[in-house]
Write a new protein. Structure first.
Length: 325
């Protein structure tokens, strides 16, 4: 059975997830007073689970892309190069933008800038997230996952059930130990594994009892050790990627396409806008600041995607795997 090179519902899920991330962040400063405080507080709490959605998507889509590209272990360095070219240049531009915004903000308020040459150097390699753009922490997790999956996929491809049967219990055990202090990805490995098992279900058409059992075990593990919201995010994301065959919403597809750009820059733009304007308007208008912050972030993200992320994606596609050549 042939499979599409691109799963359309994934873009919708990314669009929904990045919108939820923006709403969760913008809801915090506007949820302190004025109208709709209960709604904003709920957004801040419930929409945080969208981060888990992103990790499940990565666990599903990255192996699927490697499968469709006929990846082998000989392509490991090419795979890392492709991910680097796709994600790092936009990140560096967003980092520079963030540091400029931070410097202007601290200087305007007469406060010392907490960023140092060392912290900036660490930021270049995802080892530090500036206080003015804390969302960068997830990029470190994703980078670690790429290093891991590039190696693990070679085994998963040949011996999928054996690889999972051995690796999953070890990784899940480590996720509950102090090992997470040294390898951040381990704290989120259940959600990457949920995506990986979802990928295996997607490419197979029969005899899926092991895969379904593994999926049930991972969801149960997520519920017991993380919580109901986390487990639901993992299950819901996977079910939609596996079984949704209907039409997709063009708005959320577009949001999904620019989701990385929006994720990178929404915090310094939206939060700074709210903090700057909030002091001049009545608390009753906080809801309007929330909407305007999202619209402004969206417009800036589109420009960022058009002129920075899109060229970076083209560079990534120029790197070909051995079999593809």
């Amino acid at each position: 059975m042939s499979r599409p090179s691109k799963i359309s519902i994934v873009e919708v899920l990314r669009g929904l997830a990045v919108t939820a991330v923006c709403f969760a962040h913008f809801a915090k400063p506007v949820g302190t007073a004025g109208h709709f405080t209960g709604m904003f507080n709920s957004m801040e709490f419930y929409f945080k689970f969208s981060v888990h959605v992103f990790f499940v998507i990565s666990g599903f889509v990255i192996p699927y892309s490697m499968h469709m590209s006929k990846y082998t272990i000989k392509d490991y360095l090419r795979f890392i190069a492709k991910r680097f070219l796709r994600l790092h240049p936009p990140y560096l531009i967003a980092l520079i933008f963030t540091l400029i915004i931070a410097a202007l903000s601290y200087n305007y308020r007469g406060l010392p800038n907490p960023e140092t040459p060392l912290s900036v150097l660490k930021s270049l390699f995802f080892m530090h997230a500036p206080t003015t753009n804390p969302v960068f922490w997830t990029l470190k997790i994703e980078a670690q996952f790429y290093i891991f999956i590039g190696l693990f996929f070679a085994v998963l491809q040949k011996y999928p059930r054996t690889a999972l049967l051995i690796a999953a219990p070890i990784l899940l055990f480590l996720s509950q130990t102090d090992a997470v202090l040294y390898l951040d990805m381990l704290n989120w490995i259940p959600f990457f594994l949920i995506g990986i098992v979802g990928y295996l279900i997607y490419i197979k058409t029969e005899n899926l009892s092991f895969e379904y059992g593994m999926m049930a075990a991972l969801i149960a593990f997520s519920f017991i050790f993380y919580g109901f919201g986390e487990a639901l995010a993992g299950l819901g994301t996977t079910v939609l990627m596996l079984y949704y065959k209907g039409s997709v919403n063009s708005v959320f597809s577009f949001l999904g396409e620019i989701s990385y750009s929006l994720y990178l820059i929404h915090f310094p733009i939206g939060i700074k806008f709210i903090n700057l304007v909030q002091r001049y308007v009545a608390p009753e208008l906080n809801w309007l600041l929330f909407i305007l912050a999202f619209i402004i972030s969206l417009l800036c993200a589109w420009a960022f995607w058009r002129f920075i992320e899109k060229p970076s994606a083209k560079l990534s596609k120029m790197v070909k795997y051995v079999r593809a050549k």
